[in-house]
Each structure stands twice: as structure tokens, then as C-alpha cells.
Design a protein around this ligand. Structure first.
Ligand code: ZN
Length: 340
């Protein structure tokens, strides 16, 4: 089969990889209907995260089950399924508490390489959620978004305790930030302030429910949020970048007693203890337990209540993955969908 492999920073190639097969009796093998490039793939693409030899890429996937191991009972060949970027048993204490990305048996999908024609999914019963039927083509991008970016934005909103009557600020205008706006709207936020300086992204944020746009960043962005909230700061702030600047922008934009939901993969962030101490801000985040939200998100998409697939503003054949990475790296595209 064909699959994307990162050889060195900036060097993604689509090449022949071994076809996956059932290894464990709890595995499934799926034929991918669509896959995509994640903002977090750019950390290694840019060399910020070390590239350790040729690595299969991709951790977002939807597709049709081709084969299952002997112990798999909840999904069967022919079903259309979605899973998240960590396989999880969905039965351990941590999973049952809603933190499937910290499952005691978790296995990263990234190492298996979902930017490919086929994928082996471990712990299939716990990991995969089947849709009611094989979806029409136009729903596939939205279902793919649920595999990571929608679920991650949703967790950011839940972790930030978004709810009715709240003012929410969103730091980051990538796919996760934009879908954090969508999540905040669905969760009943009264006011949603999207922080973005890119016009096409501002437009999508407004379409997803943003009520205000702030183009300033850093301390100026914080001052603007304070100005819009009577000097207090937002109740809930979703942090969807993962840098020192974005994290401090999020914490400083939050009012005392408020909540930050941080879902941007953290890179070299160091938080000043004294400032945290006096901020009275709650921090919660981490790798989003997308699996917790998948049944609800699939339902919202299936009923066409939400259209998260609009974050894919570039669609390419899998073989052109290199251009998909370049377009996102140069911010010409919000998110690239790859057709295997
Ligand atoms: Zn578990």
C-alpha cells in the first residue's frame, strides 16, 4: 500500500509500505476513506521535534473495516468507523473516568501511520465507533474531523468549563482553535472571542459562532480581552497552540476563578509559579480524550447539526502529501485532507 513517511525535517515522501494485517486478536484493519495532516505533525516536519529515522506519519482516520481479530465483538467488516489518535480499551478505570488518551493499555496511532491506504487499529472494541450506516461522501470530511481536531477543540471547551452565560476566548486559529469556537457555541457560550489575524480563518470562526475577533496577540491581545470583558478577563479560555506565548496569553486572558483548557501540544512551555499562584486560574488540558466525545460528535455530524469538515480547505490525493504539509507549514491551508 501507499503511505506517507517523514525522512527528515521538510522531507515527507509517499512510498510503498507493508500492508497492515491483524497482529493481536483485538486488532482491526481498516481501509481508509480519508486521512489528513495535523498541526501537530508540523512539529516534527519543522524539526522542532526530533525526527528519528524514517517515520510513518498520520494519526487521524476514518474508513471501512476490512478485517477483525478473533476477540473483536463490537465492529465488523463493512462498517464505517472512526477512532482517535490513541487506541484505548475503554474499560480500565482511567477510560471509564473519561481519560481514554491515558488508558493503561493505550497505544499511539501515529507510530502506525494513518496517512496511508490501510491502518491496523489496536484495541478495536474500545477504540472504534461505527457510524449508523456508510456515510454519504459529503459527511466524510466532518467525520474525519471528529477523529482529532473536533474532539480536541471540544475537550478544550469542556476543560475550560464552557457553558451557558460564559464568555470564552480562543487562543489559536488552526483547526483545533476554530473547532473550539464551534464547541463553545454548541455548549451554550454567550460570547466567543476568537483570536486570529488571518481573514479566511476569522470568517470561519464567525461562521462557527464567534461573536468577536481579536487580532492582537501577546500582551496586546490580553489587554484587548480585558477591555472586552469589563477589565476582568474571560470565564473560559481555550489554548490551542502550545507555545510559551500562547499559554501565557491564555492564562492572562482568564479572570480569577476562571478556567483554561489547554489542548495545543506543549513545546518548551515553562509556567511561572508566582504568577500562577496569584492568578487564581484553573488549568486543565492535555491530549484530548476524543473517544469520550465520539458518540456524541458522530451524532451531531450525522444529524448535520455541525459541519466541522469546513476546516479542510485543501484536498489532495495521498500521493501529494508533501504539498499538503508544505501548504500547512506556510499557512496557505488550515488543514489538508488526503484521499488514499
Ligand atoms: Zn483504558
Amino acid at each position: 500500500m501507499r503511505g506517507a513517511v517523514l525522512h527528515a525535517p521538510g522531507d515527507v515522501r509517499v512510498e510503498d509500505r507493508a500492508d497492515p494485517a491483524i497482529v493481536e486478536p483485538t486488532d482491526a484493519v481498516i481501509r481508509l476513506s480519508a486521512t489528513c495532516v495535523c498541526g501537530s505533525d508540523l512539529w516534527s516536519y519543522r524539526g522542532i521535534q526530533e525526527v528519528d529515522g524514517p517515520s510513518p506519519m498520520g494519526h487521524e482516520y476514518v474508513g471501512v473495516v476490512e478485517d477483525v481479530g478473533d476477540e473483536v465483538t463490537t465492529v465488523r467488516p463493512g462498517q464505517f468507523v472512526i477512532g482517535s489518535f490513541f487506541a484505548s480499551d475503554n474499560t480500565c478505570e482511567i477510560c471509564r473516568a473519561g481519560y481514554q488518551t491515558s488508558c493503561v493499555q493505550r497505544q499511539g496511532i501515529g507510530a502506525l501511520g494513518a496517512q496511508a491506504q490501510r491502518l491496523r487499529v489496536p484495541l478495536a472494541d474500545g477504540t472504534l465507533v461505527a457510524t449508523p450506516d456508510v456515510p454519504p461522501d459529503d459527511l466524510v470530511p466532518s467525520l474525519l474531523a471528529a477523529s482529532d481536531v473536533l474532539g480536541t477543540g471540544w475537550f478544550g471547551a469542556v476543560a475550560a468549563e464552557v457553558g451557558p452565560g460564559k464568555t470564552v476566548a480562543v487562543v489559536g486559529d488552526g483547526a483545533v482553535g476554530l473547532l473550539g469556537v464551534l464547541a463553545a457555541k454548541q455548549l451554550g457560550a454567550e460570547r466567543i472571542i476568537a483570536m486570529s489575524r488571518h481573514e479566511p480563518r476569522q470568517e470561519l470562526a464567525l461562521e462557527y459562532g464567534a461573536t468577536d475577533i481579536v487580532t492582537e496577540r501577546g500582551d496586546e491581545g490580553v489587554a484587548k480581552i480585558k477591555e472586552l470583558t469589563g477589565g476582568l478577563g474571560a470565564h473560559s479560555v481555550i489554548e490551542a497552540v502550545g507555545t510559551q506565548e500562547s499559554m501565557m496569553q491564555a492564562i492572562r486572558s482568564t479572570r480569577p476563578g476562571g478556567h483554561v483548557g489547554y489542548v495545543g501540544v506543549s513545546h518548551d512551555v515553562a509556567l511561572p509559579g508566582d504568577e500562577l499562584f496569584f492568578s487564581h486560574v484553573h488549568l486543565h488540558g492535555g491530549p484530548a480524550p476524543v473517544r469520550r466525545f465520539l458518540p456524541e460528535l458522530v451524532d451531531l455530524i450525522w444529524n448535520r447539526t455541525v459541519d466541522p469538515g469546513k476546516v479542510f480547505d485543501l484536498t489532495l490525493p495521498l500521493d501529494d502529501a508533501a504539498e499538503g504539509y508544505r501548504a500547512m507549514d506556510e499557512r496557505r491551508a488550515i488543514k489538508t485532507l488526503l484521499q488514499p
